[in-house]
Design a protein around this ligand. Structure first.
Ligand code: ZN
Length: 226
């Protein structure tokens, strides 16, 4: 029987590539997305529309509201920076977000009988988020095996799989294109227009556009005119 894997899927470039990679490495992918009050909720609409098309066997959307806590430009009334990436952890960091996301993914994995969880974190072309680092992922994996019935009873060992962690954005895009990913059906912008057009200026847009340029490819997404 084909092994199941839970894939964190936001509708963005990285997680969509990660979903394709999970399927390509033989897993039956179960996509999980989060409606957490994010400013860029257009991304979630993209995820809902395209999850099956991208190869997900099922798509689960978990709904909670991190705006109750705030503390991030993505969940509070703080401007999304458009001046480029600095050396500090940016205000688009969402407090403990990947721990919250991976915890939901772990719960669903245990219910599904899956032991593999894919997350498209990246430690190279990333925005400086602490919960994208390999040491964080290793710590979560160790915790997952201590925290679950499946882990303790030894029916399997949980693996947090991060196929993108040491790839550049250009390499991710090139690999995704090889796997047939249609990047016109992804979304990256933190601050899109009401119609869903990407801004072209936020950290996420900048990294995406730089990745396409370095891969020698054209981003199929429409952008707002400056
Ligand atoms: Zn943007």
């Amino acid at each position: 029987m084909q092994k199941k894997a839970v894939v964190l899927y936001s509708g963005g470039l990285d997680s969509t590539t990660c979903l394709a990679m999970a399927a390509d490495s033989g897993f039956k992918p179960y996509a999980i997305s989060f409606s957490y009050g994010q400013r860029h909720s257009y991304e979630l609409e993209v995820a809902k529309t395209n999850a099956r098309h991208m190869g997900a066997a099922e798509h689960l959307v978990v709904d909670f509201d991190l705006r109750l806590m705030g503390g991030s430009a993505l969940t509070a009334d703080i401007d999304v920076p458009k001046q480029g990436v600095g050396s500090e952890i940016p205000v688009t960091y969402v407090p403990a977000r990947n721990t919250i996301f991976l915890s939901f993914a772990l719960g669903w994995a245990e219910v599904l009988g899956a032991f593999d969880i894919f997350i498209g974190v990246n430690a190279l072309d990333y925005s400086g988020y602490p919960d994208c680092r390999p040491e964080y992922i290793a710590a979560f994996e160790a915790m997952a095996n201590l925290a679950t019935k499946a882990g303790v009873e030894g029916t399997g060992g949980f693996r947090i799989r991060t196929p993108l962690i040491s790839m550049t954005k250009a390499q991710i895009i090139a690999a995704g294109c090889e796997l047939g990913v249609d990047y016109g059906l992804t979304h990256s912008c933190y601050d899109p227009s009401p119609e869903g057009l990407s801004c072209g200026q936020c950290d996420s847009c900048r990294l995406r556009l730089k990745g396409f340029a370095e891969a020698g490819l054209t981003d199929p997404l429409p952008y707002q005119s400056p």
